[in-house]
Design a protein around this ligand. Structure first.
Ligand SMILES: [Fe+2]
Length: 304
């Protein structure tokens, strides 16, 4: 089983309407609203990439993965059933709500809902971002999603051995006995990554990639002007050489906007970085963690 890439992300938000300004003014995205009040963000030819559902609290609702062709979707379904995963067919209402040709869904070992689809609706005109420099690189999917999980080994076992993702890099962090695992289903350095915090599960951040460093700088300035707090300040990752910033966005989640992400190739083998050694760092420069921003609200105690 090999998925094509990250397709869409759905979140419940107490401030979904805020995206009508933050989406275009900060991130250059197009914004739309469905008749039932779901705010949708568009950043390429797809009908939408983020869906913000109004609700009483902030939480991750679903993560959509593009299977590619119909036969890939059928193969993924058969494979997951054979692996003992309970899959649910998407009925006509769900397919219509997601604007896809076909989908099924399941929950991962920690209760996060994943939807595997084929045939996402294309927008009825070419995507035009807010700024002249706004253009997103979605060649290998929307970007990546990083999850907080209560059990790292269980997460890795599921995504590597059941979902068929490959391990790009592993980092040993400064916190004793803590690692981050980065896995991929396409050329992107990572499509998912995991870090463990006992008792918690949720979305640490989603990364989208611009084709322009100037755009990242302009969005960073707009984010500051708009009063968004940073989870990580502007900086450059050592592992995939992405220059990015991580903004805490309306709905209590974190969006990373980056540029220059290095791709993997056929020769890639898993690398291990021990940044717990004195003087070692996972960053070329910047990316200072902003403790006062606090934890993302979409990371929640398990089972809540
Ligand atoms: Fe990231």
């Amino acid at each position: 089983m090999r998925l094509h890439g990250l397709g869409y992300v759905g979140l419940q938000s107490t401030e979904a309407g805020e995206w009508k300004t933050v989406g275009p003014d900060v991130f250059g995205m197009q914004v739309g609203e469905t008749p039932d009040g779901v705010t949708r963000l568009r950043l390429d030819s797809r009908g939408y990439r983020f869906a913000l559902h109004p609700g009483p609290d902030n939480r991750l609702l679903y993560v959509g993965w593009d299977a590619g062709y119909a036969q890939d979707l059928a193969h993924a379904r058969e494979h997951l059933v054979a692996q003992g995963v309970e899959v649910h067919e998407g009925d006509a209402d769900l397919r219509s709500a997601r604007q896809v040709l076909d989908l099924f869904w399941f929950t991962d070992p920690f209760g996060v809902r994943h939807e595997i689809f084929t045939g996402q609706h294309f927008g009825d005109r070419i995507f035009h971002g807010t700024r002249a420099t706004t253009e997103f690189n979605t060649e290998n999917g929307l970007g990546h999603a990083v999850f907080v999980v209560p059990d790292l080994q269980q997460a890795v076992a599921f995504w590597r051995d059941v979902m068929g993702f490959e391990t790009t890099d592993v980092i040993k962090l400064r916190v004793p006995d803590t690692e981050m695992w980065f896995l991929r289903c396409n050329e992107r350095h990572h499509c998912v990554a995991f870090m463990a915090i006992p008792g918690l599960v949720g979305l640490d951040h989603v990364m989208v990639e611009s084709t322009s460093m100037s755009e990242v700088g302009q969005a960073y300035q707009a984010a500051k002007r708009h009063g968004l707090k940073m989870q990580l300040e502007l900086g450059e990752h050592y592992m995939d050489r992405t220059t990015s910033f991580y903004a805490r966005v309306p709905g209590g989640w974190t969006l990373e906007l980056g540029w220059g992400a290095q791709l993997t190739d056929e020769q890639w083998v898993t690398r291990y970085f021990d940044v717990s050694r004195p003087g070692a760092s996972s960053e070329v420069w910047g990316h200072e963690f902003q403790r006062e921003t606090g934890p993302a609200e979409v990371v929640r105690p398990v089972g809540t």
